[in-house]
Design a protein around this ligand. Structure first.
Ligand SMILES: Nc1ncnc2c1ncn2[C@@H]1O[C@H](COP(=O)(O)OP(=O)(O)OP(=O)(O)O)[C@@H](O)[C@H]1O
Ligand SMILES: [Mg+2]
Length: 474
């Protein structure tokens, strides 16, 4: 059937016999008629395609076919029968040179011819003696041919008409049910096609909306980057001048003036941190953050973090600890940005841990199992990749599990009430996550026992030995 687009097209579509009938079923039907009446049955599509064939070669045909002229005459008869159009009568008898006959009937459906039914050869009951035309070849022995011919099933014209009518009736039923099935499946196909088209349309609209949002996001990042950059310059002056004032360069200040200038300085610094954070975030989001890549030892990064934050920890009465394995591999990355990552995490850990608590930076090599472990914890997929894991462990207030994925959102803070006792703007972790991901790593949060939180950062390390060198003595 032609490509149909809508259910309305379907009903108008030109039907083809081969699409309406199940060939195996049709073959069975023809075979049972052949067995019942001994007369061969063939069904052709209107394009001449043989769809069912219940034909046993009759003895006389086999005999005639042993001669050259007999074969030729037989071939010509079969072609003529196949090509013969019964015309408006839709029913026709075609004679064979042997004296046998074929009945050709048009198969119609819905008022349109869609194929042809051929019964035969059979012997018309009126035939008493074979015609002379049987002797197409000199090699044909008349008596033998006659004996064989007379063995062919003999049928009266009315009998053949009745058989043909029965066959057509059965065929009509098959055609009707075939058409029903075809329509159902075509309707189903058309509706699937329609849903697919609708889906494609929706997809295109979604894509457009996504592109627009992406563009807006890019504009927002650009805007943020520009504004933050422009804010930074005057702010640096404010901080610089308040520092000079505090040092008495512009004359001695009273205690109260000193206090005010101190506040200006402190708030200016806070604002500068916020602006720098925003600038970093917008650069990371727009992919314009420049990063140096070099082979580095994580030990040197963590040691720097330790020495930078040691005074803060001491002031708060929190113990700061570094625990590194001996077999740490080198990492490819930007030392300053990695320092920023672990400074942020450690600063948080100290900030959210009460005095007497402990903050530990722990580094070790682990196998990446890709999350595919069986019940006993054995990796199912090999080979696994080596990863460098750094844990920032504290014994502080902890983060409830439902909050763990949200704290990486910009400006998100677990307790954002006005009575919140901890400072900060909620940008630190958003930057940390993006920086870790820019290094090909990932970050997650676990709970610490009995209390506190553990930030787990993992960086993939190439599994070939020349990429993953050991960092001796760290
Ligand atoms: N170690 C931790 N223990 C408990 N809560 C934490 C810890 N680290 C982060 N959080 C929670 O996650 C929130 C977001 O952290 P993030 O570092 O992004 O922001 P911040 O520390 O509040 O401000 P900023 O880092 O911008 O100065 C924190 O406000 C806090 O609620
Ligand atoms: Mg923070």
């Amino acid at each position: 059937m032609n490509e149909v687009e809508t259910p309305a097209d379907l009903l108008d579509a030109r039907l083809r016999l081969e699409e309406l009938v199940d060939r195996a079923g049709l073959g069975e039907l023809c075979k049972s008629f052949h067995t019942l009446f001994g007369i061969p049955v063939r069904v052709y599509s209107s394009e001449g395609l043989l769809l069912a064939d219940a034909v046993g070669e009759h003895e006389v045909c086999a005999y005639v076919n042993t001669t050259t002229e007999g074969r030729r005459a037989c071939g010509a008869t079969v072609s003529a029968v196949k090509a013969h159009d019964p015309g408006p009568t839709k029913d026709l008898v075609h004679p064979c040179f042997t004296g046998a006959a074929y009945r050709i009937l048009v198969i119609e459906y819905d008022g349109r011819p869609i194929g042809r039914l051929i019964l035969g050869p059979y012997l018309p009951s009126s035939l008493k003696e074979p015609p002379k035309s049987l002797l197409v070849d000199r090699a044909i022995q008349f008596d033998q041919a006659r004996t064989l011919l007379l063995r062919m099933p003999r049928a009266k014209t009315e009998t053949i008409s009745r058989i043909a009518l029965h066959l057509k009736g059965a065929l009509d039923l098959i055609l009707f049910s075939g058409h029903k099935t075809l329509l159902t499946s075509q309707m189903h196909l058309a509706s699937v096609r329609e849903s697919f088209r609708e889906l494609q349309e929706k997809n295109a609209k979604l894509q457009q909306a996504y592109d627009k949002l992406k563009e807006l996001d890019r504009l927002k990042s650009n805007f943020l980057a520009t504004v933050s950059h422009e804010l930074r310059t005057p702010l640096t002056s404010i901080i610089g001048y308040s520092e000079m004032l505090a040092e008495g360069i512009a004359g001695e200040l009273t205690t109260e003036q000193k206090e005010f200038v101190g506040t200006i300085y402190e708030k200016g610094e806070q604002l500068l941190q916020l602006i720098m954070g925003l600038l970093d975030l917008s650069k990371l989001e727009s992919g314009t953050m420049s990063m140096r890549r070099k082979e580095l030892a994580i030990g040197s990064v963590l040691s720097e973090v330790m020495s930078t934050l040691a005074p803060t920890a001491r002031k708060k009465g929190v113990m700061l600890d570094l625990d590194m394995a001996d077999d740490l591999h080198d990492l490819r990355g930007d030392p300053e940005r990695l320092c920023q990552v672990f400074l942020n995490l450690t600063e948080n850990a100290i900030k959210f841990t009460p005095s007497e608590g402990t903050v530990t930076l722990q580094a070790r090599m682990v196998q990446d199992t890709g999350g595919q472990e069986d019940d006993d914890g054995f990796a199912l997929l090999a080979p696994t990749q080596m990863e460098l894991e750094v844990r920032v462990i504290d014994t502080g207030i902890g983060i409830p599990s439902r909050e763990r994925s949200r704290v990486f959102d910009a400006f998100y803070q677990v307790d954002s009430s006005s009575t919140r006792e901890y400072g900060g703007t909620g940008l630190g972790l958003a930057i940390v996550k993006r920086l870790v991901e820019a290094h090909g790593g990932n970050i997650g949060i676990e709970g610490n026992e009995p209390e506190g939180s553990v930030f787990v950062v993992r960086f993939p390390i190439g599994s070939s030995p020349e990429v993953a060198q050991r960092t001796p003595g760290l």
